[in-house]
Design a protein around this ligand. Sequence first.
Ligand code: FES
Ligand code: FE2
Length: 446
Amino acid sequence: MTLAQSAPGPGGTSTTAPRTSRSTTADVRQNMLELLRQRPPRTSLEAPLYTDPAMFSLDIEGIFTTQWLFATTEAEIPDPGDYVTVDFGPVSLIIVRGDDGQINAMHNVCRHRGARVLTDRHGSTARLTCAYHSWTYATDGTLIHASSPGETFDRTCFALRRVHTRSVCGLIFVCAAAEPPTDIDDLEDTVKPYLAGFDIASAKVATRIDLMEEGNWKLTMENNRECYHCGGHPELACSLFATWGLTEDTVPPELSADWDRSLVADATLQQRCDRYGLPWQIVEHLTDRDVGYRISREALDKAGESFSVTGQRLSQKLMGDLPDFRLGRTSLHVQPNAWFHGLSDHVITFAAFPVSAERTLVRTTWLVAEDAVAGEDYDVDELTYVWRHTNAQDADFVQLAQQGVSSPGYVPGPYMRSEDQVEAFVTWYTAHMVDHLAGAESRRQS
Ligand code: FES
Ligand SMILES: [Fe+2]
């Protein structure tokens, strides 16, 4: 499969944001703008930004229908007709492999009277048929059947509305804006040398798990962006150095042995990568662009092969054309809704999809080598053990945070130095929402 970016085709692209509730008035916009502009640096957000349904609607409008979002992988839709649906707020999108092999993304909204067309989270279908009155669409969104005895109308005007889609090394991003941010090109240029060897597009889906977190999507993302809480992840801590996110001058005395071990492991990994011609350097652009990201290749503890209790491989087949099982973890963070871990034996993708102000769906997908056989080369329970537990623990942390920020006793608190990426996420979010809200305000006044 080739890297692909599809331009809007039949039906045109989305040019309007989803409807917001009646309570999303100019006052709410102004209030949100002031809360964002007044945030002191390195301080968590004010409570309404985590709890207010009207501000949640503005997040969907200002971030989720404006920016590139990670949706799925090419591995999950290998053949024509294979599809995945993703929902965020009131928006539902279909990502489907077209009959011509291209990736198409469309609003999951029938052009007759608006019914949701596909209701499963993934599947395969030759045609997309609305259950209400049976309007039927091709995999590129073209309306190909609408029974209308006694009348004629131009079916070409009623294709499903397209959104932009882009595959970056097999990771599929979608954007519902009329003009998507262009710096996704920079993301691809940078991450390709790190990710190409995994051959994500040709990988096999071992399993995927949807987990509902009882918290605002920003709390989900903030939680992902730090390891200050990793003492609460005993399974993950077996292979992830407990010093991740720390620097020499912030390592507490009880972790000094771990710190020394991680330095040796990283130096060994870097020498190995240099021998293979693989990049390992940290590249970080989390705040200075629309498609903010950070990528790195870092050592794992113990056997250094995978996210397992022993650090040993969980699948016996190497991903893609990787040359060695001891390549640590290649970790990619992309604003606003995704993170990824590439191990030599498997890849894990994580996507956060906001459901409401206080609920977020986290979709985790485990990919293994194309020729890996379940029960022979890997065991799904073992493969998913660490991150099933880690995700459940994170869901508990997010719920605790949501409960706290919902209390009248909450006041914003400080980010520690080990929470630099939390600050980067909130800075990115704040800048983009301020741009969106201020732009809307000036358009309203002109
Ligand atoms: S709403 Fe889909 S066919 Fe009528
Ligand atoms: Fe965590």
